[in-house]
Design a protein. Sequence first.
Length: 334
Amino acid sequence: MLPPPIAATLAAGGVIPAHPLALTAERKLDERRQRALTRYYLDAGASGVAVGVHTTQFAIREVGLFEPVLALARATVDQWSARPVVRIAGICGPTAQALAEARLAADLGYHVGLLSLGALPEASDAQLIEHARAVGEILPLMGFYLQPAVGGRPLGRAFWRAFANLESVVAIKVAPFDRYRTLDVMRGVGESDRAAEIALYTGNDDSIVADLATTFAVGQRRLRFVGGLLGQWAVWTERAVALVEDVRSGNPPLDSALTDANAALFDAANGFRGCIPGIHEALRRMGLLAGTFCLDPDERLSPGQLEEIDRIWRAYPHLRDDAFVARHLDRWLS
């Protein structure tokens, strides 16, 4: 069971950044800048943080950083914010690994596990449901439809209906970057017995505004995304909070600026290979990161990506929260 303030915060929705990993030039954890990122998200008004997810780099598990990074984020949230903040831990791997990660996350005080199923590409729906059921006995679950381009697997309507019926499921992040597959999730949840108990979050960084502004009809039910858990919202987070409020007030932006900016940051032209370095480059320009360093030294901006980021930086200053960051950066880095 989630603590009531956390359950209410998750259900109400809002902005949940997918937390990046701050590294030094030697590719060691930069604790000062890692804390600064968390502080930035909290002061910007994020309703939660997701740590140990794709944007944090899955390889943190291989280099012994999974526990330190989760522990640092937990401590920073506790020290920096008095309001309820949903702490979400990425959970992945085969069942033994997923169970161990869920136990660790629970011990560290995380509220929800974001369950990736990419490590089980050959499993049947029934096997996936049993895997989720086992992990959900340890930690409440947020389902995760990760796009296949970065390691996800196709998951149909029948799977999402069965998944939504698990008592441990409290939310789902929908991120297939595909409108048809997004509809599969909505139909599956809408046909389940627990649709009213599950908070739906968009992870489709290429269609954020459309997702937030759309009502999905499933029979007599009407489903909406209550917010987003997004890599895009790891940057310009204060403006993301304002965007959610604009959509809720019935005044969503009707242009393609955010999608265009995301295409550059996420390196859509090159199959998202430069996604994480692109996010790092934006955070570097904001003063929050020292560089675009990734755990894999070969993971870097794609050819032409820097020029695309330059272009969107000039084109869309209204998407950025430069003044907000400038006012608080020294305090976050202290």
